[in-house]
Ligand binder design. Sequence first.
Ligand code: DMJ
Length: 530
Amino acid sequence: MLTVLHLSLPVCLQKWKQLSRLQRSLVLFMLVLLFICGMASYPTVTKRLTGKLSCIWRGAMIDTDQATEGTRDGQNKEDRMEAVRDAFRHAWKGYKDYSWGHDELRPVSRSYSEWFGLGLTLIDALDTMWILGLKEEFEEAKQWVATELTFNKNVDVNLFESTIRILGGLLSSYHLSGDSLFLDKARDIGSRLMPAFNTPSKIPYSDVNIGKGTAHPPRWTSDSTVAEVTSIQLEFRELSRITQDPQYQAAVAEVMSQVHKLDGKLDGLVPMFINTNSGQFSHQGIYTLGARADSYYEYLLKQWIQGGRKEDQFLEDYLQAIEGVKKNLLQKSSPNGLVFVGELSHGQFSPKMDHLVCFLPGTLALGAHNGLPADHMDLAKELMQTCYQMYVQMETGLSPEIVHFNMHQGSTRDIEVKPADRHNLLRPETVESLFYLYRFTKDHKYQDWGWEILQSFNKYTKVSSGGYTSINNVRDPDYPSPRDKMESFFLGETLKYLYLLFSEDPDLISLDKYVFNTEAHPLPIWPSPE
Ligand code: DMJ
């Protein structure tokens, strides 16, 4: 073929030279026209081509045909647990090869991104490696913590994110491994975060410079996010208990007692912002269990459990909030009657639900396990079904970030997804809830649902050179469009909860001995004094 082309080229050139300028223009025009028509009549070809081109970047690609390679048939629990270990090893390989010691892997470009510059993924993943029995990987990461990790850095960190991922990860690694290295590091970061509480109201600022010891709100406001200031308590309380230094617990307890007394709640539901000067809620009137409010509810229940179910104020606020959810936010979709948690904005109901809300079935089930009303478990099961549907109804089998439910009679489908909401960030909330539901009911369907989700992650987000990537479009299996980022919570939470979901051992992080922080780091339930 090459030879034919080679021989005929001079002849063609000669003929081309004999043509007039007009003739040449006409030929060129026809060729361009033919090319455009050809491409337009094969949109899938164009899409696949551009898709492949975008997926392939310096050789890294998501190959949906081979991505299931290495997965197991999942017929038994060992198979499924091993498949999670495979997934972790694959993700870890990418992190190790291209972003070791940095915050997040960018698996497609085989590089990394920095958020705080503190090895976020490595710290977030420590206890997952311990739980999955990946001893070699754990030891290697521990060495990095011992020799490379320093918090003496002139860097601004977000109080909430660094508490749940770094402080939580170090405390839990200390409890699981017994190695005092992790406790020393936990105390170091904990004390460096304390300046955040030096505000006129004692409601903490969102950002702290852990090197300079200064703190500030975001540039555009003096507000903090309600979920952020009320979801650091498990970690700071534990730090006080374990170090016998009361300052940490005192600071976060003050926040809870102020929020408990504040005006502006609706049947126990909180607004999304709180002002660090006045200590009052701001931008009132919007109620959601999604972004900016979600883990407030989770930590009410979990603080009550952590402290041995004695601190009644947390329980009362939690029970009132769940009644508030039922009264104001719970609705059923059409045509199939999926129960969902919507949002309220200045009295107006919106059938919008973030994937983040899928923590709720697990939290409700945990409450019921701890003696709260049985109807919490009924609601947990219904919401679990809805969260599962948010996955199976998508073409990739992966949930989008946000869905809208149809409520009017005659709808043909329950779930709608807006173009801007079609991304999937490898989030954990649904598999987290599946884990709780399976632990408490032993109904194998929850394991099967988790298995389907793991397979979809493998099929559409696994990058062949190592790592998993968040994607832009869960509705397009031909081109899910990689975002080139592996969030640290994929290793910290998603894979950990999947592994625990497939385990039949209730003592593998017993829910009667540990309470998981909102980043899936298990912290001990405090023993009652003798
Ligand atoms: C995690 O950092 C935590 O689970 C947090 O509570 C919510 N956002 C991410 C995971 O989606």
